[in-house]
Design a protein around this ligand. Sequence first.
Ligand SMILES: Cc1cc2nc3c(=O)[nH]c(=O)nc-3n(C[C@H](O)[C@H](O)[C@H](O)COP(=O)(O)OP(=O)(O)OC[C@H]3O[C@@H](n4cnc5c(N)ncnc54)[C@H](O)[C@@H]3O)c2cc1C
Length: 532
Amino acid sequence: MPDVIVIGGGIAGICAALELLDAGRRVLLLERDTADNFGGLAKDSFGGIFLVGTPEQRRAGIRDTPDLALADWQAFGELDATDRWPSAWAEAYVQRCHDEVGVWLRRRGIGFLPVPHWVERGLFTPGNSVPRFHIVWGTGHELAGRLIADLKGHPKRDRLDLRFGQRVERLLTSNGAVTGCAGVSEDDQRPFELNAGNVIVAAGGFNGNIERVRQHWHRDWGAPPPVILNGSHPYADGRLHDAVAAVGGRLTHLDAMWNYAAGVRHPRPRKSGHGLSLVPPRSALWLNWRGERIGPMPLVTGFDTRDLVARVCAGQRQYSWQLMNRRIALKELAVSGAEFNPSIRDKKKLAFLRDLLFGNRWLYEQMVSCCEDFVVGRDLTELVDKMNALQGDDAVSLDTVRRTAESYDAQIDRGESLHNDEQLRRIAYVRRWKGDRIRTCKFQKILEPNAGPLIAVREYIISRKSLGGMQTDLQSRVLDDAGQPISGLYAAGEAAGFGGGGMHGLRALEGGFLGGCILTGRIAGQAAAATT
Ligand SMILES: Cc1cc2nc3c(=O)[nH]c(=O)nc-3n(C[C@H](O)[C@H](O)[C@H](O)COP(=O)(O)OP(=O)(O)OC[C@H]3O[C@@H](n4cnc5c(N)ncnc54)[C@H](O)[C@@H]3O)c2cc1C
């Protein structure tokens, strides 16, 4: 019998297993997916990690402290101090991430891009006071790959039993303690029941299950949109949330989700409704389904992702358009994740620099030629015709789009000292940070003749992360409704709302997802090892 069963082979489960092996425990890791997909979402992720007080920050002239980070975190997430475990985990994360995430990864040979990105700066609620998003050189692909290699090459590897294609469905109990789990093997549907001293649930969130996303849709966003693309794991279906609830575990903050506003259909989908989350170009005009600029406060990324989602969802049709030209797309268009960032993923320095300096032609070609949500036109008439053809009606008004683009361009023509447009003000502001200057055009007109062709992108809400989940204490023990730990049961990563059943609160400063999985996975492994 293993000492500990880990359910889920994502980054949280891998980190838990590493700690258990370090402590000499016998580990059984059960993963529903195939061995090729070992690593879960982390493998596809961009690899941005929220870290505080790092060498990269210091070299960039940023002074950051856990106190500052905590103040930002609490304000942005609107964390309720009386909400004990999310608050305790938020504090633990900012205090411990430097050593127990950053230094721990560096010791394993994982490095970061030299300049941290400045995301989620805050809009009506303060966000990141300073840049903290540290991108792994090699993306999440490298991150997961290195940790998997460490697991497989561990000196105590003989104590690790890795089983793929195993779908866990429920937890086994005896006298109120969790003693194992049961499920079926995916290939032959043969049932299994397995026992262990402790069980760690690291099976991810539920945002891969769009029905469940709708069920827990936050009231701030009104009714859920008819189309929600899937940007999560196909097996992030909430099955283990139900299993934990069935043994008395408490689930909290399930309506706190981290979804994105700029989802497009994946050109080569691998699951139903498979979406890609664009990093929406800041120099593009963000329009509603009629082609009207969304306002009066224009939509600009990098400040408050949750607000972008709320604003798009408030529309009569809950999708939007971004209007830009080729020059803007080349410089600013990006897709979150490893798959569409090959130069960073494959650590090709020259290609990375070439894309930064001369524009990402590969991505541009991929998107305009293969993604059905991109339309291209030599002029606005052709573009609007194609937008309407894609929508299947005549809702986009050519006159409206023309007036909107001309008036924006006229602002730019007046010169920077006379700019009186919130989007232009924010572009000027973000360009002051070197990490953004290189990726943001300097007041690019939309209709400039030699910057074309024109491009419009239809963007849907895309589901991504569950900010809530199984409530855990600071040892990653799952708590019941009375706040008492359930003997033998631990949870880590997205399953645990990244710690405490919702350590981010309503909004995330970004990068605390991977970071939270590493920290909670490690702590769950250490705590489970200590009691077996
Ligand atoms: C494209 C993309 C980009 C991202 N970029 C970033 C980023 O830059 N920074 C950041 O912080 N976060 C990012 N994220 C989010 C981050 O990758 C995830 O939140 C994190 O990897 C979740 O890890 P996890 O181990 O908790 O869960 P998962 O990765 O979901 O792993 C859970 C595992 O459990 C398995 N499982 C599920 N159900 C069962 C079952 N019933 N039985 C057995 N096994 C089961 C699944 O197959 C899966 O392998 C990104 C995500 C995506 C998709």
